[in-house]
Design a protein around this ligand. Sequence first.
Ligand code: NAG
Ligand code: NAG
Ligand code: NAG
Ligand code: NAG
Length: 558
Amino acid sequence: MASSPLTSLLLGLLAVLLVFARAVSISLPPLPLSTSSRWVVGADGRRVKLACANWASHLEPVAAEGLSRRGVGDIAARVAAMGFNCVRLTWPTYLATNATLSSLPLRWSLERLGLRESAAGVRVNNPALLDLPLIDVFREVVSALASNNIMVILDNQITTPGWCCSGSDGNAFFGDKYFDPEEWLKGLSAMATMFRNTKNVVGMSLRNELRGPHQNVSLWYRYMQQGAEAVHAANPDVLVILSGLDFDLTLSFLFSKQVELSFTGKLVFEQHWYSFSDGTSWEHRNQNDACGVAVESLRAKGLFLHEQGWPLFFSEIGFDLSGTHTGDNRYFTCFLSIAAEMDLDFAFWALQGSYCIREGVLAYDESYGLLSWDWCTARNPSFITRINSMQSAFQGPGLPNSQEPYNIIFHLLTGLCVLVKSGKSLELGPCDESNAWNYTSTSELVLKQTGQCLEAKSVGGTANLGSGNSKPCSRWQLISNSGMHVSTELAKNGTRVCLDAGPDGVIRTNQCKCLTMDPSCDPESQWFKVMLSSRGIPGEASILQLPSLGPWPAASSS
Ligand SMILES: *[C@@H]1O[C@H](CO)[C@@H](O)[C@H](O)[C@H]1NC(C)=O
Ligand SMILES: *[C@@H]1O[C@H](CO)[C@@H](O)[C@H](O)[C@H]1NC(C)=O
Ligand SMILES: *[C@@H]1O[C@H](CO)[C@@H](O)[C@H](O)[C@H]1NC(C)=O
Ligand SMILES: *[C@@H]1O[C@H](CO)[C@@H](O)[C@H](O)[C@H]1NC(C)=O
């Protein structure tokens, strides 16, 4: 494409601005972090939303996956380029308690497992790490993340290096064959101490997915309290993050009894949720019904903690990013609905596109991986676009340019919001450009600035803004068991219609789809969350605060 010198100049300026924007948008928040009711906040008291990716470093090689495929700095830069501000970095207890293991050079660790190709890959991509002891490799990974302004949560995933988790792997609960509480406490203290002066290490997940036949609520309180105290004593800056029982699917026991700690302002709970977690038959039920039931169950198992004023971090959510698993896709859209509405802190499983070795399989492909098998590209770029608006805060104390809370109409399938594009018609667009809506107590959807309201005129017609004084406005109900169909009755004959986003992004009022019963029908084009935001509205927000995907960093081999 030909371009004039003026356009080149403007494009050049824009590129500089964007690079600057990216650098600014992902700078570390003022640290250390602490908590303020259900929010995680920075040292300045402003909300810090944790938008993390899990990066595995707890399997047999006891080194972060991917070091044989790409430079560690390049991988860290990709985390930032994908819009994440944090990594939940996993480690096995033995890395901190077994000096023979932690001092093993990475090369030997790989070679003892027969992973010669991986060792050769590290020699090419991370030559400086090849002969470092495993503990120093771990430190270098944290440091590469720091260089990219990525916060780190250290997650004690398991005791013995290897894939996690089963109920019978000897790592499931305190007292199991490989899970000596004393050794665990020693490991937590050692890790907390090691990273005491490492600013970007902002939290520690004390133990991943407690589970198995020996799990026991009273022992949970005893040891988790001890673990929390041990970490806090060694490193009072980090958030102390506690996992529940049943593979971290439930924290329901906390409903009536909280933990007792000697310190405040650092305690966060974590919960996990996958499509296979709770037997919800995503593929065999009507999607509205399945999501409605799942959200109710999550409330009872953990989300109630928000109402009680505790932060709850969804530290493992994820699904097959090929997009070919119907159940997985349905689960994830349902997750997005609560993640958006409650503006959850989250960590996606997983960053790694593949493992050196997992469950005995060499070069195991991680179908949930954000990165491709070879770690060179995003496995599913449109997924990263879809979650982009979820990577910064909608709500919470002290948001930049914060406004009186207003409503946005968030479309879960696309991750976009309903905007007034031109004239009176409505289209999907970036949530950062959303108009401020008010979903009133009389169920009208009113544009705050102008007082115009959203109107439905016909089946299949576009949803339009009425004139400021065209009362009465349409009344919009949130119907179906998912509560995500935004529906009204046509004034002229009472026919029920639902907002629907077409592939062209235009918002129409169509017949409501698959409200109940039908398990094969897909309602997602009609799934919206009318939710709160207090992000700066257009014209008032400066570009520097907007998240930016940024370009992929150039390939490098060292
Ligand atoms: C420590 O790690 C080494 C190397 O993996 C291993 O051979 C040894 O058995 C471990 N020691 C203990 C006490 O687990
Ligand atoms: C849980 O552990 C406590 C303390 O060891 C014990 O008294 C109790 O019987 C255990 N409960 C169950 C259900 O195993
Ligand atoms: C909507 O408008 C009502 C009445 O003007 C006001 O009380 C309410 O706070 C507004 N809500 C939002 C979310 O803007
Ligand atoms: C109501 O009006 C719409 C046209 O706006 C039409 O498509 C629909 O069939 C009508 N419904 C009934 C029950 O008359």
